[in-house]
Design a protein around this ligand. Sequence first.
Ligand code: DLL
Length: 434
Amino acid sequence: MSTMFNPAVEAASRDHIESAQAEGLCRLLPRLYAAVPSYREKLDGAGINPGDLSSLDDLQHLPFTLKDDLRAAYPYKMFAVPTRDIVRIHASSGTTGSISVVGYTRKDIRDWSECVARSLVAAGAGPDDFLHIAYGYGLFTGGLGLHYGAEYLGASVIPISGGNTRRQVQFLRDLMPTGGLACTPSYAALLAESALLEGTDLTQLPLRFGIFGAEPWSENMRKSLEASLGIDAYDIYGLSEIMGPGVAFECREKAGLHVNEDQFIVEIVDKDTKLPVPEGAYGELVFTTIAKEGIPLLRYNTHDITRIIPGACACGRTHKRIERITGRSDDMIIVRGVNVYPSQIEQVLLSFEGKLAPHYQVVLTREAALDAMEVRVELAPSFDFDEIRALEQLTQQVRRAIAEALMVRVKMTIVEPNSIARSEGKAVRLIDNR
Ligand code: DLL
């Protein structure tokens, strides 16, 4: 059994977890009905009397909440408490530019901090550790979410935020007696690369763990980051609508992410029919918040694709596990009838360890009415780019590996080191030029 921040909750019996969820759901509906006009309309429209709910099985008959509902409620129409009870606002803007705003009460911040503290302890962190937080601070939930969680645990926070990569490397080198790094996996790859260029070997530092999330990443990216940073890398998942980082997190088993089920009821629904899938099948991840005060949500469809991993985890936690997120259903690429996510391409690219660097992009174009996909990836700096024959051979090998693993033919381009734009936050992997 590994250490837990709150063993009574994290290793509660399944009976206890499920009866608490049923009670939470029964309390939630009347609250939403009374406080949020759009929920009153939704429930009335679906012919549901908020007092009629009796068990968790009734959940599947309740209406979903979508990102568009939150946008339409801009700024505060979905808040379930008066704004004077709100102590914090976060916001996220989508590609279309419309903004969704979320609010937290004092209790919401405390609950969120605990969820993050659980995630940190699951990665082996304790009060003696430092946490270098290079997620962005501000309206994005990454920086402040990790910050409050680390302080709640009693760790020492370095709130460096994103950007200024040289200073990041300096601080990692000079200010970290022991502890971990929290940022997006793509930024961690950039930090490792920049450190090497400056002659700092991060594997020689007392850095022990990484808390990486906010974007999809693959198992081979984990291996690459663990090797280049000399750490254990853990996945952390979350979204601002539901809370922020810490909705689910990996433990030392690295075998799926435990959902904080005292806070959230998790469901997986089919991406087309929106009906619950059989246990263990892939689909869209849906959450119902049972403890949140500021902006509780009923069956919020994240559009993130994953599955629930059946069976118990060796760590002793009893909260359900989801598999690492493959991608968002909106980011699924359909090329000549085959479905592909950028993270699946990443997994293949990074199997060419030492030859390719973890910097890539997938470019979609349309050629003669057919969609075409080009994968651009950087050559590892140690490889000689001018060795044309070797480069051609490698290009063929990578193209073949992608065709074999994903059943899709792509145009493969290996580009010089440092020619793909770096990101300090979430990486842009998909470029759609269709
Ligand atoms: O990205 C919250 C967060 C911050 C999570 C720091 C983890 C670490 P949003 O900006 O609202 O919130 O974006 C949420 O990012 O629906 C997923 O599509 C994606 N995402 C978040 N974590 C992961 C992850 C934060 N571990 C959206 N793996 C989500 C894959 C992730 N995708």
